[in-house]
Design a protein around this ligand. Structure first.
Ligand code: FAQ
Length: 332
């Protein structure tokens, strides 16, 4: 009964005989694929897991503006600049939808941001790698947005209503982002030998960090078993990573670029590619704060937060004045 048992590194979900009547009724709703809405009863662990995941996801969108934002002033043409500007603004919008989805669970955006700045919440490992050349902007759109979509398409079916609805809109925009990245790669791969070499170099540097975006291997994943039982996650980390590799290899071939993995081979039996996993030691270093750009990213976010304080205070004051005026009219 209820969810299948997933063999992972984390704690297994409760068995039905360990659940309260409320928990059983909740699990039945999950089984029926009903969406859970903010005012519905939910187990405390479900709420906490969602706040952690949605919060981390929101932070990733916002911190994720930094590596590409770095290239807005140096985009090679006016058209590329306008496209990149729109893309980076979209990421800010995604962060806002996601903070709003998290707020429906009883945590404020300010609290989530404070936790991020205090190092108590994570954001995606990928954004701790630098964008050194214009080709990196292409690789980020192609691979990073590509990996994000692979994960987010599945999350459109997540059990929590506000998260699921935010994902529908975000996926539409991410698909444009991925195409613009692929278009940059295509231009460069078909350009001068130097441009093609830049595209190859970007692929070499972003391939394994993109694979890390799906999280640790299932055998080491702390949250997958429980999150899948609650249908917060629809697939395991390894399933999505495999799908991403299978989708991306033909795209690299079309570009005439080489995936930096000597062991990459089509496996006829599995009908999937065999590939070398990322260096998990490096992954844990990065998510624990020791990646190439962690310090720089956090410093940039904290500076933006502090420098924006006057604006937030101004807005709040304006809100108070409007409220007072409304009260005067009502009482007059
Ligand atoms: N980076 O037990 P699991 C984007 C942590 S959006 C950092 O497997 P879970 C758009 C994990 O939090 C990209 N930390 O965890 C864009 C946990 O630590 P905790 C973001 C990671 O949650 C494009 C621990 O490791 N997308 O890119 C990572 O079941 C271009 C154990 O891991 C989402 O957030 C990682 N890669 O599965 C923007 C999607 N992986 O919290 C700008 C929603 C794992 O216990 C430019 N999130 N950790 O301290 C998810 O689907 C899941 O949270 C996973 C991780 C799959 C990321």
């Amino acid at each position: 009964m209820y969810a299948q048992v997933i063999e992972t590194g984390g704690k297994q979900p409760k068995r039905p005989d360990e659940m309260s009547a409320e928990e059983k009724a909740f699990m039945q709703r999950i089984e029926n694929n009903e969406k859970i809405e903010p005012k519905d009863w939910m187990p405390e662990g479900y709420r906490r897991t969602l706040i952690r995941q949605i919060g981390q996801h929101a932070h990733s969108e916002v911190v994720g503006q930094l590596p590409e934002g770095n290239w807005i002033t140096r985009a090679p043409t006016l058209e590329r600049k306008a496209i990149l500007l729109a893309k980076v603004q979209d990421e800010a919008g995604h962060g806002l939808y996601l903070y709003c989805a998290a707020e429906t669970l009883g945590v404020s955006r300010d609290e989530l941001i404070e936790r991020l700045h205090a190092g108590k919440m994570k954001y995606s490992s990928i954004f701790n790698y630098p964008t050194l050349t214009w080709a990196d902007v292409g690789a980020v759109g192609w691979l990073v947005d590509g990996a994000a979509i692979m994960n987010q398409v599945a999350l459109q079916r997540t059990s929590y209503g506000p998260y699921s609805r935010a994902m529908v809109r975000i996926c539409k925009e991410e698909s444009f982002h991925q195409r613009q990245g692929y278009d940059i790669m295509l231009k460069m791969a078909r350009g001068t030998p130097e441009q093609k070499a830049m595209a190859q170099d970007a692929l070499n540097r972003f391939w394994y960090p993109a694979l890390m975006m799906f999280g640790p291997p299932d055998s080491d994943s702390v949250h997958t078993a429980q999150s899948m039982a609650w249908k917060i996650k629809i697939n395991t980390n390894d399933e999505l990573r495999q799908r991403f590799v299978d989708q991306t290899v033909p795209q690299a071939e079309y570009l005439g670029l080489t995936i930096p993995d000597e062991n990459l081979r089509w496996n006829e039996e599995r009908q999937a590619y065999d590939f070398t996993p990322p260096d998990w030691e490096e992954f844990y270093q990065v998510i624990n704060g020791y990646g190439p750009c962690n310090r720089e990213r956090m410093d940039a976010r904290i500076k933006a937060w502090e420098e924006g304080a006057w604006f937030r205070e101004g807005l709040a004051e304006y809100g108070r004045k409007m409220e007072a005026q409304r009260a005067k009219v009502v009482n007059a």
